[in-house]
Design a protein. Structure first.
Length: 125
């Protein structure tokens, strides 16, 4: 597939009803011009985790899970390495899901970014 996940190197490594884990390299496509992890790349990772998690929880024949709102607090910078995102559902409703996503430095486990993402569950046409 030709997706943003492929373009920046996001790999989903675990999907259960209770959590989603994904990794992303800190490298050229995920850096901003000053050589640091781009906040937008962290947001893409966070929304990917939430979307994958919600897609796993809905009837994919009848429903789609799409991003409705996202926020992110960038706690610490990174220049190189790998980040790991762990998403856990805070609310699983009929029409909305709310996820908390913590992004950490995979090597040190230090918090890089914390995000909350609301997913809309919509009927497929």
């Amino acid at each position: 597939m030709d997706t943003i996940m492929d373009a920046i190197g996001i790999k989903v490594v675990e999907v259960t009803k209770d959590r989603v884990v994904a990794t992303m390299p800190v490298h050229g496509p995920t850096k901003q011009p000053f050589g640091l992890l781009h906040g937008g790349a962290s947001v893409v990772l966070a929304e990917t985790v939430a979307s994958v998690g919600s897609a796993h929880l809905v009837d994919q024949e009848e429903e789609a899970a799409v991003g409705l709102e996202i926020n992110a607090n960038h706690i610490r910078s990174m220049r190189d390495g790998m980040v790991k995102a762990i998403g856990t559902p805070l609310h699983i409703g009929r029409t909305t899901h709310v996820w908390e996503i913590k992004i950490t430095d995979e090597a040190t486990d230090k918090l890089i970014c914390v995000s909350r993402c609301t997913i809309a569950v919509v009927k497929k046409k």
